[in-house]
Design a protein around this ligand. Structure first.
Ligand code: FAD
Length: 301
């Protein structure tokens, strides 16, 4: 409910202008985004790596409006992969398919994924495909299946709020890639998505149980919610094979460090780039306290 209200307000162009054109808007964004340049992301990654955590780098952007922008996004990911190699980072990349042309020309998006996966394989790293709005779920999974069969170095995000996700796991687990389980960050209708916090949490726990007991995949448990983390810690003691926690840059930093200090693999999702507005709005919508903090900052309180 709160999410749809916040996202409804932030979609208005006047709100966007207020946030992106003011120093205060940019400074709030800096909590969740390293900065606009690749260098800022490299510096943040070095610091997280030094604290014993791996990173997934996200060059922000989504819903491009023409194929030239999609081509540029692909190039930016290839530049990012080169930086990972050059700086010896413990990092992979996360990509959004609507940034690579999904919805405009799905074949072009698929061919960009193919090129990016190939470049990632040369620098011996992996690619995670983020999951976006439900209009793109099916196409995203299909592109993932094809690319993973060819390259074998991809993973994909699955959203616990979608009713279809258990069936999607049956489909993608046999492909052997890593699977990031998250709750889901968009506003989706009742017929395809659980609406209440309890139902989403129950779905998350169910899917996490499937992943953590499945030897054919590498689960990436992407949550900051202690009630979701607790059963994972129990399952971890009997799990055979790799798995990791994933958390967002700027969210629950202490918990990230604590889990790493306990000896768990932790990967921090690190976004950078100038197209930070939609990403910021999702982070604000996740937590009412963020909106209050932002509103106070805007009015100078
Ligand atoms: C690594 C990673 C990758 C993700 N990839 C995707 C994706 O591909 N597709 C997708 O739809 N969603 C993605 N998400 C977002 C996810 O779906 C949730 O919207 C988000 O993680 C909040 O859910 P939560 O599990 O942390 O639980 P919540 O119950 O929302 O949060 C638990 C606690 O964490 C803290 N917290 C959570 N979010 C924030 C915040 N924004 N600001 C401050 N504190 C916060 C608060 O203390 C809160 O009480 C990703 C999340 C992570 C961690």
């Amino acid at each position: 409910m709160i999410r749809s209200v916040v996202l409804g307000i932030t979609e208005r162009s006047i709100t966007k202008k207020l946030v992106t054109d003011t120093p205060i808007g940019r400074s709030v964004a800096r909590r969740f985004v390293t900065g606009e340049s690749l260098d800022s992301a490299v510096a943040a990654t070095e610091s997280l790596n030094a604290s014993g955590m791996a990173v997934s780098l996200d060059h922000l952007g989504e819903h491009v409006t023409n194929l030239e922008e999609a081509r540029k996004a692909k190039q930016s990911y290839i530049a990012c992969l080169k930086a990972i190699q050059r700086s010896g980072l413990d990092a992979n990349i996360s990509i959004k398919l609507t940034q690579l042309g999904l919805g405009l020309d799905d074949d072009v998006a698929a061919s960009h994924v193919d090129e990016i996966a190939s470049a990632a394989s040369k620098v011996e790293t992996t690619v995670t495909i983020d999951m976006e709005e439900s209009a793109y779920t099916e196409a995203t999974i299909s592109i993932y299946e094809e690319a993973q069969r060819v390259h074998g170095n991809l993973g994909i995000a699955i959203q616990a709020y979608l009713r279809r996700s258990a069936a999607d796991l049956d489909r993608i687990v046999p492909l052997g890639g890593h699977i990031r389980l998250c709750k889901g960050a968009y506003v989706e209708p009742e017929d395809i998505a659980y609406q209440s916090r309890e139902d989403v949490d129950a779905s998350f726990d169910r899917l996490a149980g499937i992943l953590m007991t499945c030897p054919d995949t590498t689960p990436a448990i992407a949550t900051h919610d202690d009630a979701r983390i607790a059963p994972i810690l129990e399952m971890a003691s009997v799990r055979e094979g790799p798995w990791e926690f994933q958390m967002l840059y700027g969210v629950r930093r202490d918990r990230q460090r604590e889990l790493a200090a306990l000896g768990h693999d932790v990967r921090v999702y690190v976004p950078y780039g100038d197209a930070w507005y939609p990403y910021l709005t999702r982070r604000l919508a996740e937590r009412p306290a963020n909106v209050a903090f932002f509103a106070r900052a805007l009015v100078g309180g």
